[in-house]
Design a protein around this ligand. Sequence first.
Ligand code: IPM
Ligand code: MN
Length: 325
Amino acid sequence: MNPHIITVIPGDGIGQEVIPAAVCVLETLNLPLVFSQAEAGFGAFERTGNALPAETLRLCEDSAAILFGATQSPMSKIQGYQSPILTLRHHFDLFANLRPASSENIDLLIVRENTEGLYSRRERIEDAGQTAVAERVITARASARIARAACELALKRRGRLTIVHKANVLKETCGLFRRIAFEVAAEYPTLAVEEVLVDTAAMLLVQNPSRFDVIVTTNLFGDILSDLAAGLTGGLGIAPSANVGGKHPALFEPVHGSAPDIAGKGVADPRAAILSAAMMLDWLGYAQAAASVTRAARQTAHAGSIAITTEQIIERLLEESPHAH
Ligand code: IPM
Ligand code: MN
């Protein structure tokens, strides 16, 4: 069997620490994986003038999957700087952002639309700088495919789908998303389908998170609710995610950012990156290895040191499957 080529993009800040840790874990598994390192992010932008150099994109195009760390996102506009993660999601049409959150009594999956909504990059200044406008683009096509992905995932889980929107105010955009999501969900008669307004969803996630199975929602709502769900289940240190599309490579990344405040100190929690690598294994077809890595990472507490936590996870893995090395 040909090995799977994985493009590894650590990025900025703690991405440079947690991604090598995840690769270390993957390397103990004896799977036919080949890693090629690539650069992206603010550091790359400063060095090369391009946050996502052409060589990185080329490597990604030739790979089965991308393991991505985090990149620094400046608060203000910097001429020529585009967030590499947003560019990669668009370039490979990775329309579904899967963000699981689990702990003792919580086991939910946020399915975030990943290509449009308030992330359509249609922002402009009017009125001589006195007014800023963002266009929120919602299409029937993107709504249908994300709804279908969520329904398929709900079928494999507990069969419960929550459509989250704000159609009481955003009558056109959320109205379209809501209508299409219900139309698609109607094709899945065995699912229990409900709708919840996004503000209520935030409250219910805090009050009664175990009531949720699969949540499907638009881009920005999914961004916000997935951090909330991470906060409920142990924090960003253990929140993984997958960005998947059709035939293109899929991209796996921790939900957390580059955390410049703790970067370079060796204290970052590698578990979110390692759990993201496990999602990648699952997607590549290594379900058993994925389950082992997930178990090992979940059973390990963060020791406050990236090296020690990673070592403990690897030890657990080796205990479980002694033929790994
Ligand atoms: C995430 C991040 C990104 C997003 C940023 C860094 C562009 O917050 O993956 O959740 O908003 O999607
Ligand atoms: Mn986010």
